[in-house]
Design a protein around this ligand. Structure first.
Ligand SMILES: Nc1ncnc2c1ncn2[C@@H]1O[C@H](COP(=O)(O)OP(=O)(O)OP(=O)(O)O)[C@@H](O)[C@H]1O
Ligand SMILES: [Mg+2]
Length: 281
């Protein structure tokens, strides 16, 4: 605003001459913003695969070496990095493309204002102070236009976070049933009974089918099975990550679906397949 009023001091009629340039700037803005947001999105999408590939490669280095698959992994890594670089370069060139056009508009604005000032000084009655202020503000006008566009694109991109937030909000919530029927000291013994228990992920097939299992209090039980047999799913089910498809689990005789989910989870402890140990101080 300061810049505009600086330029406009005594020279408001120059703004009329600038109207076609304003129209050109708006068209350029709209065109640039659409492409810029799309390419930024593509760039961030292509950034995650090489990062996750790197982390899984580092985790599975022994296995990769044992199966002599180093070359395959290197090739995939190169491919993913190349893909990301294509988007990165596209982004860079879009910004250069836009910068050049913006500079051109800025140069024409400077030409108009400087030409206008000169004419008004020759034929009119513009004082030197106003002319100097208008000239000095005009020279910084191009970078102002550029910053404005970048800020607007950034704002648009960041509002995607709100869109994601609404998507997460639509996700079905876990049932939070009250647990006022549960005794204070529950679970005392820790007996776990699976009764005709069935479990599935989302709309997939049943992973656990009509399971009957009793795990006695204070006993140690090993569950053995091939990969994909459902060992981890058994623990997921115990934590009620998803509701049972059929049957139930009784913990010390209490149906676990009747317990408030936060209360149930606070009473269980687990050391997962890939435990994370936090560094001590
Ligand atoms: N999040 C998930 N969404 C959909 N299906 C899943 C999910 N997690 C596991 N499954 C499927 O459930 C079945 C049981 O998998 P689970 O991970 O419980 O096996 P597991 O016995 O723990 O195997 P592993 O020994 O490899 O750890 C498999 O068919 C698997 O594909
Ligand atoms: Mg498992």
């Amino acid at each position: 605003m300061a810049t505009l009023s600086g330029i406009g001091m005594g020279l408001w009629y120059i703004f009329l001459a600038l109207l076609p340039l304003v129209a050109a700037y708006i068209c350029l803005q709209v065109f640039f913003r659409k492409s810029n947001i799309e390419v930024q999105r593509l760039e961030s999408l292509s950034r995650s695969p090489p990062i996750s590939h790197l982390s899984s490669t580092l985790n599975g280095m022994d296995t990769i070496r044992a199966f002599s698959a180093l070359e395959d992994f290197t090739t995939l890594n190169d491919k993913q990095l190349d893909h990301n670089n294509v988007e990165k370069f596209a982004l860079k060139y879009i910004l250069s493309w836009y910068g050049i056009r913006l500079d051109m508009i800025g140069a024409v604005i400077v030409l108009f204002v400087f030409g206008g000032i000169t004419l008004v000084r020759i034929f009119g009655s513009l004082d030197v102070g106003s002319a100097a202020i208008a000239m000095s503000y005009t020279s910084g006008f191009t970078s102002l236009l550029a910053n404005f566009s970048v800020e607007i694109s950034d704002l648009e991109l960041r509002t995607n976070a709100v869109e994601r937030f609404w998507e997460y909000k639509k996700i079905e919530q876990e049932t939070h049933n009250p647990d006022d029927i549960i005794p204070e000291e529950w679970p005392k013994e820790g007996t776990i009974v699976f009764k005709q228990f069935s479990f599935r992920y989302a709309n997939g097939p049943l992973v656990l089918k009509h399971l009957d299992l009793v795990i006695a209090s204070k006993s140690k039980t090993a569950i053995v099975g091939r990969t994909g047999a459902g060992k981890s799913s058994l623990l997921q089910a115990l934590y009620r990550i998803l509701e049972p498809a059929d049957g139930t689990i009784l913990i010390d005789g209490v149906d676990f679906t009747k317990v408030k989910i936060s209360h149930l989870r606070s009473k269980l402890a687990i050391i997962p397949q890939d435990p994370t140990l936090f560094m001590g101080i």
